[in-house]
Write a protein that binds this ligand. Sequence first.
Ligand code: CP3
Length: 359
Amino acid sequence: MSSLGFGQSGSTVVPSTALRESAFLKACRREPVPHTPVWFMRQAGRSLPEFLEVRRGIAMLDSCMMPELVTEITLQPVRRHGVDAAVYYSDIVVPLKAIGVDLDIKPGVGPVVARPIRSREDLAQLRDLQPEDVPYVTEAIRMLVGELGATPLIGFAGAPFTLASYLVEGGPSRNHEHTKAMMYGDPELWTALLDRLAVIASAFLKVQIEAGASAVQLFDSWVGALKPADYRRLVMPASAKVFDSVAGYGVPRIHFGVGTGELLGLMGEAGADVVGVDWRVPLDEAARRVGPGKALQGNLDPAVLFAPREAVRAQTDEVLAAASGLEGHVFNLGHGVLPNTDPEALTALVEYVHERTAR
Ligand code: CP3
């Protein structure tokens, strides 16, 4: 039986016209849209009571390997908020776990790695990822695209720098000191590490696209810790390799990081079709830094959602005004939904953006 949104032809997933013409994919392609599309990084999970309910007693990484649960959690924010895209429920460390890296996600902390990577010998922990390592990803995404119909599904991977930071530090880090020690002290080892991570991230994205994801985002959450010259020389080649590896699929590629005001031009150059912007740089200025030929995604400060409704609207108006001259705009927060965000504030925000931008 053919799915609601996709027909299968051989091994290629052919998106339906309604899906291809969705506001989100049009905005990514910088085509005119009926309204500015909205989705939220970290929209699945966090404060949703229906998420806490289905996740009760199930560890984060275990939940990522349960296709029916993944499907349910991914759909929850689409049902509740009416967002214009779903984001696949998983984590940036799932492909590392899948190739046997000894790691866990500690609630309230983040990924923790048992044996941090600090030497050439440690690199042996990182073999290539095969589709057979993540059968639950293919299964969940096939189920999801059937359920989602004309709503696009965004797949994602962690970018080489951000993955390297967790692997080298052994966990979350404020200053990335071990990471930078390797980057500056042993650039050859660093480059070899980033290269391996680029291959793994590419493979993880390909699995998602081949199963039916209609866009992908590369999360380089912590790359704002670098100055431009180092980014260009020591990180950008690896990220560019990831973007290149999926260019042939023709799905929009989004590149996101936090604190990246000084890196926006280079992040666009790395090969993305859409550049994510945090809340620190207004979108009109971000567009100048990124240059023509790219859509932008962002950029309401997630903390604004804790303010009264009128203040949220005023801040949203500012974002929309700065975005009014862009070639393409996908509305999002400048980083992920914060824990304890009132879900009703998110629903109201989606409605407000749709209303204000209806054409
Ligand atoms: O966006 C979504 O809703 C889809 C799911 C998603 C998760 N992680 C689920 C998750 C996505 C896209 C991610 C990406 C991710 N993971 C990033 C990049 C995005 C960003 O926020 O910058 C990073 C840096 C990670 C690593 C990671 N995993 C962190 C920092 C944490 C938070 C730790 C905490 O508890 O605050 C996680 C855990 C995690 N990933 C949770 C969820 C729903 C919470 C853990 C749980 O529910 O037990």
